[in-house]
Structures are given as C-alpha cells and as structure tokens.
Design a protein around this ligand. Structure first.
Ligand SMILES: Cc1ncc(COP(=O)(O)O)c(C=O)c1O
Length: 374
C-alpha cells in the first residue's frame, strides 16, 4: 500500500497525479441537485465519467436515484463496491450481445436482488437471450429500450412501440421505460429530440403499457432536458468535473451556456527547463488522453497563456514565445496543473484520484471502475 502525504500540501504529492478540488466538485454537485429539486426531475448520474465509488456515493447521498454505466464491467465493479443500498439501482446504457455478458447481468440481479441492474436493449435478439436466462433463474430482468438519436437503439415512434409490445409479452423481462440520450447538443436540437422521446413514451402508454422511466440529458443539456415535460430523469456525467470557459468535460465548450466549475486536473512537474521557448513536464498521453484537444495549463490557480501544449507518451511540452514573461515564471522542479480536455478518458487512466481541500491532500479515492471498458 502506497503511503500518501495525507494532510500535507499539494506540492508534496508525487507527479503525475490526478487531482479533485473538493470544494469545486461539491459546488457542481450542489448546483445540479438544487436544479433537479426545483425542476422536480430525477438525476441518474452517468458513472462512466467518474468511475470512483466514492464519487458515486457522494452523488447518491446528494439525491441521485441511482447510477448509469456504459459497460457491464463498470456496473459489476460499482455494484460490488457496496454503494447501491436500498432502492438505488444501476442502469447499463450500452447494449451487449455476448451471451457471457447476458449471464453476468442477470446473475448480478440474482445475487443482489431483482431490478438492481436494469439494462438497455434495442432488439428482440438481445431481449430473447435475456428472457431465456432470466427465466432459467426464475427472475425478471428489468429493461429499458434505447430510443435512438443517432447511435444504437430503435427509431422513435412505431419501431420503439412495436418492440415494447413484444417485450411485455416475454417471460423473464420487466419493461421499465425508454431512454433517448440526445447528446450534448444545442438547445433547439435537444428540444426536438426530447419531443420525439416523450411522444414515443406516450405512444407506448396509449397501447396500455406502463412507462415509468423516460430518461435523457447530458451535462450540456441538463436544463433544457431536465425541464422538458415528460422526461422523468436526466443522466449527466461530466458536470462533476466542470464544463465552462476553463472547465473540462467535452473540451472547453459551453454548450447552452452551461457552467460548472473546473474541479479536475493533472498535477505535473517541470522536468526540462533548458530552453527559453518551452518547458517539459512529466505528464503525457499516458495520464491524459488527447481527448478533445490539448489540455489547458494552470499555474497558481490561473490559466496560463502559451503557444500550445503537445502531449507525447510521457512528456508534456508547453511552448512559449521565445523568452516570454510566462516562460520566465516557470522553473525546474515546479509543480503545475494541466486541465484535461476530456475528463472521462482521463479518469480511466488513473488508479486513484487525490482529493484536495484548502490546498492539502484530504483523501485518496480509488477509481473503482478503472479499465472496465468491457
Ligand atoms: C448514454 C449517455 N448518457 C449520458 C451521458 C453523459 O454525458 P455528459 O458527460 O456530457 O454529461 C453520456 C455521455 O456520453 C451517454 O453516452
């Protein structure tokens, strides 16, 4: 077990290290749940972003009705971490076709209780496999249909209604609703897509089938979608780490002027300082995917302007105008921060996240579902 400098200054943490600013993170969580309480919409945060059981726990305590994961492996790791007490459950948003995954998902429900792991499906082949395995276990696998806005899923309207009708006639399945993830799109498109999702849910109700879950929404659309009549829950993920002018999430964009504070960064040390047009740090692609572009550089809490950042495997090269004032502020051995452009792929590269409060290390949280890409 590694010894970490708990209680000591950030500067004493060995680099590269993934940092979470606890106050900013909490501010983001509070903002999302204050909104949700006011809008009377449920929040099911997408755990593929943050993957750490401790973060899941914080969100569940803040009022999340459950969690979403993209992968069966993520669901397994988080379920087994013991965080989903009482009615809280997991919804796996990505479809799977492998019979061993079908067994795994149904088995999780057998072991932990019916309905603990809900899963998304898009066709009868997957439904039949789930039904067969669940029937063999004498349980019911709870399912939602993914209604497509461009990826997997069924087309909105009749194709989704037809599948729902078939699902309710199958033994071993319980139909819970639909999800229609509309992507982090601009307001006008989100509204059109939400309209299709809610319209389809109502068409299913009109043929006498109960639709409890109507899910959609991302960080970029949480307000548009969370206030759309008929959407019962939203599924944002990267809000915990911030989007905004200096945030992470999907690049540094502010879709629909959404703002959350930048709480995630990679602490890195300057290890090459011999040239007046650049410095080299010890964080490269192995600690931060290039994601949606180069990271931002933060020094003493401020974004530093530079000519560009290039990441290679283990090196981060920050370029400056020859002899610029910014370049002169950086010294060999100094620790600075990168703000990664895509939080989800960055998180997945780390074993732990270092939790910082008042510039000191308060705790080290394992990234529970790290590497669970299956
Ligand atoms: C199905 C689904 N729901 C929700 C999200 C969360 O999006 P965001 O991280 O922008 O909040 C994603 C992200 O890719 C997703 O694939």
């Amino acid at each position: 077990m590694a010894m970490y400098p708990i209680g000591k200054s950030v500067d004493e943490i060995e680099t590269p290290a993934l940092l979470l600013d606890l106050d900013k993170f909490q501010w983001n969580v509070n903002k999302m749940f204050e909104f949700a309480n006011k809008a009377k919409v449920n929040v099911r945060p997408h755990a593929k972003t943050f993957k750490a059981a401790a973060i899941c726990n914080k969100l569940l305590e803040a009022g999340a009705i459950g969690l979403m994961t993209q992968k069966v492996g993520e669901a397994e790791a988080l379920l087994n971490s013991g965080i989903l007490y009482h009615e809280k459950n997991l919804l796996i948003s990505q479809e799977f076709a492998d019979p061993s995954k079908i067994e795994k998902v149904v088995g999780m429900n057998v072991a932990m209780g019916e309905g603990k792991v809900v899963t998304a499906i898009e066709n009868m082949a997957q439904a039949l496999l789930l039904s067969k395995v669940a029937t063999r276990w004498r349980t019911k696998q709870h399912v939602v249909i993914e209604m497509s806005h461009g990826r997997c899923g069924t087309a909105p309207g009749k194709p989704t209604v037809d599948l729902a009708k078939k699902l309710v006639s199958l033994k071993g399945l319980k139909f819970r609703g639909i999800y229609g993830y509309e992507n982090p799109v601009v307001k006008e498109i989100a509204l059109q897509r939400n309209n299709r999702t809610v319209e389809t849910a109502n068409m299913i109700r009109n043929v006498g089938i109960e639709v409890e879950i109507v899910s959609a929404g991302s960080t970029g659309t949480y307000e548009v979608t969370g206030t759309y009549p008929g959407i019962t829950e939203i599924e944002p993920g990267s809000f915990v780490f911030g989007v905004g002018s200096e945030g992470t999430g999907y690049g540094f964009k502010t879709v629909n002027s959404v703002y959350f504070k930048s709480s995630l960064s990679v602490l890195t040390q300057i290890i090459g300082c011999n040239f007046s047009d650049r410095v080299i740090t010890d964080a490269g692609l192995k600690v931060m995917s290039s994601g949606f572009g180069a990271p931002l550089v933060r020094v003493h809490d401020e974004i530093m302007s530079c000519e560009g950042v290039a990441l290679s495997e283990e090196h981060g090269t920050i370029r400056f105008q020859e002899g610029s004032e910014e370049r002169k502020r950086l010294k060999w051995g100094q620790k600075i921060e990168f703000i990664p452009s895509h939080c989800c792929t960055c998180i997945n590269q780390h074993d732990n996240i270092f939790v910082i409060k008042d510039k000191r290390l308060a705790a080290v949280w394992p990234i529970t579902a790290r590497g669970k890409y299956y």
